[in-house]
Structure formats: structure tokens, C-alpha cells
Design a protein around this ligand. Structure first.
Ligand SMILES: N[C@@H](CCC[C@H](N)C(=O)O)C(=O)O
Length: 326
């Protein structure tokens, strides 16, 4: 089967976008899993943190289904939603659309630039729930800054569903080996976390700024995770480190995003704003029976936007260094 793809990223959390709105591909559920495991493989031709199936919806402008490299399907993907949002906005010639996701219809709005020549897309991250029982075996009704003995002797965690599951912890300094080992352990402990979990470490940088690193369920360490940065922003608001309704700059290995946490009654709402950058477009011939694929065309690169994004990333690195030495 011939499949056209766009390789894209949000904060260098990179994806393969497949358009089923304007192409008629008949994928079975097994095909979707094969596409995810084959195309995301970092030792293969493409390599990515996930697949974004951009599909028709019976009530919204489009529907997004997101698959991790291990073939599992996630409830949501914040960085991916910006990429799908951009794609659909451009196809429909609109600046604002609604995208159906597993648990909610979410708005995507094109909103100026996040940095010079880097257009910004703002997405709603909903529903936001603090009930740990949604994904963790626990008697507790709320799990904010509490220990989880099976995962760490000294760290405390906050459980947030947005609606994919997240455990967040505050640390003075981030050590990848520690995050990786806790992330692996959390995803192996099916008695505690039956559907797995994304684990993030937050390093506060002061002045409404944080640095977030995430071990993603179904992936491992990634450059950034949009839902994790949203859940982390909420965590810092709950812990009164950052302010409600104010912009929170979230730095990551691949750049930065801006989150705003709002509260209405007892409910929280999060907006996530950041880039949606295309790297290249190409077409693939996928042989599902043989579990193989090859590239059919030369890659069409998006050099200008890649260069603009490289400057954003340089700026993010400088900001992180400055904050770390203040
Ligand atoms: N990187 C994504 C989240 C992708 C799904 C995650 N690995 C999960 O299984 O929940 C994001 O930007 O939110």
C-alpha cells in the first residue's frame, strides 16, 4: 500500500502524520499497530515518537488517533495535537478547528508566533482529573506530593490524568538515569499501574519557568511530552510554585512551550501553546504481509521552518543556562 506521510514535531517530540481525511487508506487495527512499530523504529528508515492518524470525524473537523512506538494507543497527545491541528487548519484554510480525541473534542487555534518565524498553535488539554484511581491502584482520592513506595524511597509524586496518565515529581536537578529507572519500573508494575504511566521530573527555574523531562509510556525518554508539560504546569500550580491563569514557560530538551492553567469551580483547564513544525514529506510503500516498507520518493524538506525552529531551540538553551546560573 502506498502511504504519504509528513514527518513533523512539537518541541522535537517527533511524529509521522498520516492523513486519512483526504486519502482513502483502509487500515485494519492490526495495520495501525504495524505502522506504529515499523515506522517509529529508530533503527529503521524513519524513526519517531509516535504516529498521528488524522481521520474524519462525524461531528468535529477531524479526529486524531495517536499510537506509541510499541503499538499501544494513547488517550491524548499534546504535541501531536498541535501538528494535527496545523495540518487540518491548513487543509481547511481556517485558523481554528475542533479535533475529536479519545475522550474529548479539543480546540486548536493558530495564535501568532511562539518565536521569530515559528507559528504557534494553542490546544486545549482536557479533561483534567486529579483522581488517582483512574489509573493507579490506590485507596486515595487525591495523590498530590505523596510517596509511592514501589517507585522511590525519597521522591513524592502527583497523579494527574489529562486524560492520559501522568506521575509528576519535583526535583532540584534532573538525572536521566534516575528518571529512566523509575519510568521503567512504573511501566512494569501492572499491579500498581495497570495501563502504564508517563513519568516526569520537574526542575523549577523560578519566575513562572520550569524544565520538564519525561519518560513516556510506550516510548521511553523523549525530548518533550505535551500532556506531561501540561500536567507538570498544573502540578506547580497545585504546589503554589507557579500562578494560576498566568503563562508558565515550560522548557524541555527540544525547545519550549507555554502553558496556562485555569480553574472554574473545582475543575481545572489547561491550554498548551507551541510549535508545530514540518520536517519533510515523503511517500512509502508498506507491505503489511511482510512487515516491511520502503521509501517511494525523494523527501521534500521544509528547510525554512526547520531553520527558524533551530533558532528557537538555541534561545531555549540560553534561557535554561541563564536560569540555572541565577
Ligand atoms: N508525547 C505525547 C504523549 C504521547 C502518548 C504517551 N506516550 C502516552 O502513552 O500517554 C504528548 O505530547 O502529549
Amino acid at each position: 500500500m502506498n502511504i504519504e506521510i509528513i514527518k513533523c514535531h512539537g518541541s522535537n517530540n517527533d511524529f509521522v502524520l498520516i492523513d486519512e481525511l483526504f486519502h482513502t487508506y483502509h487500515f485494519s487495527e492490526v495495520d495501525r499497530v504495524s505502522i506504529a512499530t515499523m515506522l517509529c523504529d529508530r533503527d529503521g528508515l524513519i524513526g519517531a515518537d509516535g504516529i498521528l492518524f488524522t481521520m474524519p470525524s462525524d461531528h468535529a473537523d477531524a479526529r486524531m488517533r495517536m499510537f506509541n512506538p510499541d503499538g499501544s494507543e494513547a488517550e491524548m497527545c499534546g504535541n501531536g495535537l498541535r501538528c494535527v491541528g496545523r495540518y487540518v487548519c491548513e487543509q481547511l484554510d481556517r485558523n481554528e478547528i475542533m479535533v475529536e480525541t479519545k475522550e474529548a473534542d479539543l480546540s486548536v487555534v493558530k495564535k501568532g508566533e511562539i518565536y521569530d518565524d515559528v507559528p504557534a498553535y494553542e490546544v486545549s488539554i482536557e479533561p483534567v482529573r486529579l483522581d488517582p484511581q483512574l489509573f493507579m491502584k490506590t485507596e486515595k482520592k487525591l495523590h498530590v506530593e505523596l510517596p509511592i513506595e514501589n517507585l522511590s524511597e525519597d521522591l513524592t509524586f502527583t497523579a494527574v490524568s489529562v486524560p492520559n496518565p501522568h506521575l509528576i515529581t519535583m526535583v532540584p536537578e534532573i538525572h536521566d538515569e534516575n528518571l529512566s529507572s523509575i519510568g521503567k519500573q512504573a511501566n512494569e508494575d501492572k499491579n500498581l499501574l495497570p495501563s502504564g504511566v508517563n513519568v516526569s521530573f520537574i526542575q523549577p527555574l523560578g519566575d513562572q519557568k520550569i524544565f520538564v523531562r519525561t519518560y513516556e509510556r510506550g516510548v521511553g525518554l523523549t525530548n518533550a511530552c505535551g500532556t506531561a508539560m501540561s500536567a507538570s504546569s498544573l502540578t506547580t500550580v497545585l504546589l503554589e510554585i507557579n500562578q494560576l491563569s498566568e503563562e508558565i514557560y515550560v522548557y524541555n530538551r527540544g525547545g519550549f512551550v507555554i502553558c496556562v492553567v485555569e480553574k472554574q469551580g473545582d475543575e481545572y483547564f489547561i491550554k498548551l501553546r507551541g510549535n508545530a513544525t514540518y520536517e519533510y514529506r515523503t511517500s512509502l510503500n508498506v507491505e503489511f504481509e511482510h512487515y516491511t516498507f520502503e521509501e517511494q520518493s525523494n523527501r521534500e524538506g521544509f528547510e525554512q521552518e526547520k531553520q527558524a525552529y533551530a533558532k528557537l531551540q538555541e534561545h531555549a538553551k540560553e534561557e535554561i543556562n541563564l536560569a540555572a546560573h541565577e
